[in-house]
Write a protein that binds this ligand. Structure first.
Ligand code: NAP
Length: 246
């Protein structure tokens, strides 16, 4: 069991990569707190965790609401007594070319993908620093490293997370808390479900491994970084993209 006796909070755990991660972590022995705005999805994830013999609960969490992130931390501590892992996985897209992008599209994506990570991390880091141990993993993206047409808001947030990850690795490392990020390539989840088949095929052709990613590919990367096997990995941005951008 790679996460035996650990407690993990996973934001955006009600869908896609977050759900896959929550179930995998539970199978690896973690007590899993599924935070999400999507209550139905979050409850389904918890049902999957329990069906697999794991332990966990759902907490309604809008990451843009500082009070909700603090409440989830409180609920986790009163149930499990500590927090070992935070996976800042919740994220959204609202795509448009620069000239067509509305202030609302810009603001919403910045709020969820960047401010949301700030609020959750601040709430959890206080606990981890007091414990003298913990791991935080952020969901960046290939788009944060390389940019992408139609995603100026999303790319700004995912690049911003790289700066946050490296800064927090320096700030919190000396308190026993590691901070890393995963930069997924193109992964088949509800987030990418609306992408036309033609584009999917093109992405596949461009990827040296000749396939798209699946949620499990990212869940295993989160698992490695969350586990003690990565105890000397801090401030790293792990690309998991099949080699798409080399
Ligand atoms: P997904 O299937 O859309 O899941 C994201 C989850 O986050 C959903 O349950 C969503 O709820 C929830 N969420 C949205 N806004 C939230 C908020 N304010 N507070 C809390 N939860 C919120 O997406 P995914 O593909 O698994 O992506 C997971 C992460 O990986 C994201 O950060 C994404 O940017 C990143 N990523 C994904 C890919 C990819 O190709 N899929 C590539 C690179 C990076 P609703 O369903 O109600 O919106």
């Amino acid at each position: 069991m790679r996460l035996g006796n650990k407690t993990a909070i996973i934001t955006g755990g009600g869908s896609g990569i977050g759900r896959e991660t929550a179930v995998l972590f539970a199978k690896e022995g973690a007590k899993v707190v599924v935070g999400d705005v999507n209550e139905a999805g979050g409850q389904e994830t918890v049902a999957e965790i329990k069906a697999a013999g794991g332990d966990g609960f759902f907490g309604r969490l809008d990451v843009t609401d500082k009070a909700q992130s603090r409440q989830l931390v409180k609920d986790t501590l009163s149930r499990y007594g500590k927090i070992d892992v935070l996976i800042n996985n919740a994220g959204i897209t609202q795509d448009a070319f620069l000239t067509k992008m509305t202030d609302e599209q810009w603001g919403k994506v910045i709020n969820v993908n960047l401010s949301g990570v700030f609020f959750c991390t601040q709430a959890v880091a206080e606990v981890m620093m007091a414990q003298g141990s913990g791991v935080i993993v952020n969901a960046s993206s290939i788009v944060g490293l390389n940019g992408n047409i139609g995603q100026v808001n999303y790319a700004a947030t995912k690049a911003g997370l790289i700066g946050m990850t490296k800064t927090l690795a320096k700030e919190l490392g000396r308190k026993g808390v590691r901070v890393n990020a995963v930069a997924p390539g193109f992964i088949k989840t509800p987030m990418t479900a609306a992408v036309p088949d033609k584009i999917l095929e093109m992405m596949k052709e461009k990827t040296p491994l000749l396939r798209l990613g699946v949620a499990k590919d990212i869940a295993y990367a989160y698992l490695y970084l969350a586990s003690d096997e990565a105890s000397f990995v801090n401030g790293a941005i792990l690309s998991v993209d099949g080699g798409l951008v080399i």
